[in-house]
Design a protein around this ligand. Structure first.
Ligand code: BV8
Ligand code: ZN
Length: 247
C-alpha cells in the first residue's frame, strides 16, 4: 500500500483511464470468487458447469448452479470498491472505461453506466434456438426455463469456456486499453484469456498499469505498480486523492 500516494498522483495526472475488474472486486459484497479460499471452483469442475458441452449434457445441473449464483448476487449489495469506481467514472467521464469479467452487475447497481461485460451477466437469458435474449432480472426461473417465443430451452447469457466473447464488447475494450494512459487491474487472478491479455495490450501501448489485489498474479510482471490490499479499502482512498489532488 506504500505506493498509494504515487499511484494517486499518476491517476490525478492521467487523461484516459481504463479499468479491468475481476471477481475480487465483488468479494467484499460476499460474492465468492472463483479461485482461492471459498472459491466457486473449489470442489467444482468449471468444465462441468461453465461450458456449452456441460449445459448440453446436463442443463438442469448447470441451471441449478447459475440460479444459485443469481440468487446470491441479487441479495448482495455493491461495496465501497464498486461505489468508488462509479464515482471515479462520474468524475472522469467520458475519458473512463470500465471493463469487467464479472457477471454480477454490481458495478451497474453501484451506478456505473456503459460497463463492458466481457463475459455476459447472470440476469439475461438467451434462447438456445432462436437466440432471443430476455432480461430476467428479479424473476425467479424454473429449473429448465423455456423461450416464450419458440419453446426451446433458455441458457444463462454468460460466456462459457470455449465460447468467444461478444465481438463488439471485446473490440471496444481493446481500443479503450490501447488509448488509455492509465489502467487499473483490480481483483483478478489474470488467468482467463483473452481478458487477461488486455493487461499486456495496455503495457505494450505504453499505458501505466496499476494492479490492485490481495496478492501478486501472473500479470504482476507487466504492471508498473502493485497495491496490495482489499479493493474496498484501496479504491475509496484513490478516489479521495483523485477528487482532491492538492492533498
Ligand atoms: C475463448 C463466465 C476461444 C461464466 C467465465 C490455455 C491457455 C490460455 C487460454 C486457454 C487455455 N485453455 C483454454 C483457454 C481459453 C479459456 C481460458 O482462458 N482458460 C483458462 C482457465 C486457462 N478462455 C476461454 O475459453 C474464453 N473463450 O478463449 O474462446 C474462442 C475464440 C474464438 C471463437 C471461439 C472460441 C472464455 C473465457 C470466459 C469464461 N467465462 N465466466 C461464469 O462466471 O460462470 S470465466 C470466470 O473467470 C469469470 O468470468 C471470472 O471473472 C474469470 C476470471 O476469474 P477472476 O475474475 O480473476 O476471479 P478469480 O477468483 O480467479 O480471482 C479473484 C482475484 O481477486 C484473486 O487474484 C484474488 O487474490 C483477488 N481478490 C480476492 N478478494 C479481493 C481481491 N482483490 C482485491 N480485493 C479483494 N477484497
Ligand atoms: Zn426461442
Amino acid at each position: 500500500m506504500s505506493d498509494l500516494p504515487q499511484v494517486a498522483e499518476i491517476l490525478a495526472k492521467s487523461r484516459r483511464v481504463a479499468v479491468l475488474t475481476g471477481a475480487g472486486v465483488s468479494a467484499e459484497s460476499g460474492i465468492p470468487t472463483f479461485r482461492g479460499l471459498g472459491g466457486l471452483w473449489n470442489g467444482r469442475d468449471p468444465m462441468s458447469l461453465a461450458t456449452p458441452e456441460a449445459f448440453a449434457s446436463d442443463p438442469a445441473t448447470v441451471w441449478e448452479f447459475y440460479r444459485w449464483r443469481r440468487d446470491l448476487v441479487s441479495q448482495a449489495e455493491p461495496n465501497p470498491g464498486h461505489r468508488a469506481l462509479a464515482e471515479l467514472a462520474r468524475h472522469r467521464s467520458p475519458n473512463f472505461t470500465l471493463i469487467t469479467q464479472n457477471v454480477d452487475r454490481l458495478h451497474q447497481r453501484a451506478g456505473n453506466r456503459d460497463v463492458l461485460e466481457l463475459h455476459g451477466n447472470l440476469f439475461d437469458v438467451r434462447c438456445t434456438q432462436c437466440s432471443r435474449t430476455f432480461d430476467r432480472t428479479g424473476v425467479a426461473l424454473p429449473p429448465l426455463p423455456q423461450c416464450v417465443d419458440c419453446g426451446a430451452l433458455l441458457r444463462p447469457a454468460v460466456v462459457w469456456f470455449g465460447e468467444s466473447l461478444p465481438q463488439d464488447v471485446w473490440g471496444t475494450a481493446e481500443l479503450a486499453v490501447e488509448q488509455a494512459d492509465t489502467m487499473l487491474v483490480i481483483g483478478t487472478s489474470a488467468v482467463v484469456y483473452p481478458a487477461a491479455g488486455l493487461v499486456m495490450t495496455a503495457a505494450a501501448a505504453g499505458c501505466t498499469v496499476i494492479e490492485i489485489n490481495l496478492e501478486p498474479t501472473p500479470m504482476s510482471h507487466f504492471v508498473d505498480f502493485a497495491l496490495f490490499g482489499k479493493a474496498g479499502e484501496i479504491l475509496p482512498r484513490l478516489l479521495a486523492a483523485d477528487m482532491n489532488p492538492s492533498e
